[in-house]
Design a protein around this ligand. Structure first.
Ligand code: CMP
Length: 258
């Protein structure tokens, strides 16, 4: 199984794309600005989009993607957008409201729209995509309702925490499965631990505590670091976790696992 990192930054700047991961070629996990680096053909192959939460840096690409692929996908089923009920409510009310953006859940035709919205809930197991990937909806603790996702390969899981602060509900779920790749968020350096606590993100001290619950053998990837904060975050982490191999993701990375 292969996964492309389209975006993994906590916000934008030149060279920084916000969160989006492409599983195989037809399942998108989050729809941040990284989506804009896909070709039109690649965009049109996406059949499912899983959103972790409603924040702009994770959904910004969705309304634009819908407009871009509408012609190419004529005659195909709608792209299924899967998210918590609260996330879908935000999309309906604040994005696809014919004010901020046209309602692509009814366009180009109400009976043949380019997008359809589907409720999911924490703990749910899905089978999605041409390869019927097994995907689990994982708990997350953020400033708005949020989830993470796990995708099962033949010999192990890719787990994405979503945006989250300390999240004890995830610990037993990590312990109970072979995790090959853990993509864990960290947004701020230790100097901004107050903002991290207020906005329910990790900073180095909370991440270090969280990593104590990661199963041995999992390769740990860092995501969602705010632009310009990489040196401070990595420096703080090296002090707290000397010798531990942590891999900051970069847009364009490819993770392969079985
Ligand atoms: N209390 C706060 N103080 C400063 N910045 C904040 C605060 N709450 C949220 N933010 C910022 O707003 C951003 C919204 O998206 P994120 O949760 O990724 O990251 C958040 C922070 O960067």
């Amino acid at each position: 199984m292969s996964l492309r990192v389209l975006g993994c930054s906590g916000s934008i700047a030149a060279g920084c794309r916000t969160t989006s991961f492409l599983v195989d070629d037809d399942i998108l996990i989050d729809a941040g600005t990284g989506v804009g680096d896909l070709t039109l053909d690649e965009l049109a192959r996406i059949d499912h989009i899983l959103l972790s939460h409603s924040h702009l840096d994770h959904v910004l690409g969705l309304p634009l993607l819908a407009d871009s692929v509408m012609r190419r996908r004529a005659g195909q089923p709608p792209i299924q957008v899967h998210a918590l009920p609260a996330t879908l409510a935000v999309l309906r009310e604040h994005v696809f409201n014919n004010l901020l953006w046209p309602d692509f859940t009814r366009l180009p035709h109400p009976r043949h729209p380019v997008l359809s919205l589907h409720e999911i809930n924490t703990g749910q197991h899905l089978r999605l995509g041409r390869r019927e990937r097994h995907i689990e909806v994982l708990p997350a603790r953020h400033s708005v309702p949020a989830v993470g996702y796990g995708v099962e390969g033949e010999n192990g899981w890719w787990v994405y925490t979503g945006d989250t602060g300390p999240n004890p509900a995830l610990h037993p779920l990590l312990a109970n499965r072979p995790v090959q790749h853990l993509v864990i968020e960290i947004a701020f350096s230790e100097a901004e631990r107050g903002v991290a606590a207020d906005s329910l993100h990790h900073c180095p001290s909370t991440l270090a505590a969280e990593l104590a619950h990661v199963p041995a053998g999992a390769r740990v990837h860092l995501t969602h670091i705010k632009p310009g904060e990489m040196p401070a975050v990595l420096g703080d982490l090296a002090e707290r976790l000397p010798g531990l191999a942590l891999h900051p993701l970069t847009a364009g990375d490819r993770l392969d696992w079985d």
